[in-house]
Design a protein around this ligand. Sequence first.
Ligand code: ZN
Length: 345
Amino acid sequence: MLSLIKPPVLSINQVPKVFHEDSIMSGYRHPRSSATDCILSVFQMTNETLNIWTHFLPTWYFLWKLVTVVLMHSAWQDSYTWPLVIYLLSVCMYPLASSCAHTFSSMSARARHICFFFDYGALSFYSLGSAITYSFYVFPDKWTNSTFHQYFIPIAVVNTIICTGLACYSRLGLPFLQYNHDIVKRFPESQSPKFSKGLRVLAFAYPYLFDNIPLFYRVFLCTGEGCTNNDTNVLHVYHIALAFLTGFLFATHLPERLAPGSFDYIGHSHQLFHVCAILGTHSQMQAIEQDMMIRKSWLLENSMPFTFGGSIGAALLCLVTNLTTIFLFSLPLLLSSRSEERKAK
Ligand SMILES: [Zn+2]
C-alpha cells in the first residue's frame, strides 16, 4: 500500500545529467518532483534521505542552543554576547539551508541550482560567523589589537562575498553572460565537473583557512608568553581535525568512488561530509563558548570594544550581499521558460 503513494526511485540513467552525483548509481528521485513529493521523499529511502536528516536534526539542536543563549544571557543587553549570537545564528542557518536544498533539489534543474545557491550563501555566512567569534574571543593574546586583528573582520566580510560569488559561479558560470533563460554557454557543471568542483572547494577552503590563521598560530606555532595556551586548545584541535576531514570527504568522494553503487543510500561521502561538518561545528561551538567564558575579564580589559558594527553590522552586510549575489545568479533561471527544462534532459 505504501509503495502506491511513494514514487519509485530511479537509476542514474533515468535522470538528466545535471542531477547526477559522482559514483551514485541509484536512488534518484524524479527530476520534476512536486514540492509535496519532495517533502514526502524525506520519509522514503532515496540517495538524498540521509543528506536531509543529517542536517535537519542538528538544526534543531543548534536552534535550542541559540534560544538558550539569547534567553539566559539577556543577549540583547550584553554586547559581549553579540558575536556568539551571530555565530549561533549562522550555525543554525547552514544546516537548515542545506537540508532544504537537498529536499527540494529534485523539483527541476533550475530549482536545483537555486537551492544550492542558497546552500552556498548560508555556508559562506557561517564562515563570517566563525570569523566574528574568532576576532572577539579566540585571537591569541599576542595578536590582540594588532593591525591584522583590526582588519580581520573587514577582510572576512570581503572573503564571504568572494566565496558566495565563486561557489555560485562554479555551477553555471556568470549570469546573463554565460547563461540565461534558455541557454548555458560555458562550463556547465555537467560538462566539466572537476573544474566546477575545484572552484567550489577553493571557494570554501580559502575563507576557512583565512579565518583560522589566528587559531592555527595560537594552537600550532605560538611559543612563549601571550599564546593563550589554555584548556580550550584541545577542543580547537578537535574542530580543526574534523574540518580537514570534512574537506577531504567533500573533495574526494570517498568511499563511493572505490565501489560505485555500493553506498548509494547509506555511507556515501556527502552524508559523511554532513556528519563531520556538524561534529566539527559542535567542537568549535564548545571551544568558542569556553574561550568566551574563561577569557572574559581579560578580553573586556584588553581587546577591541564589542561594537555593533564589528559584529551585527558585519553580519547584516554579509547577509545583504549574499542575498543579492544569490538573486543575481538565480535571476536568469527564474526568468527561464519551460524550454530550459527540456534542454536539460
Ligand atoms: Zn549537502
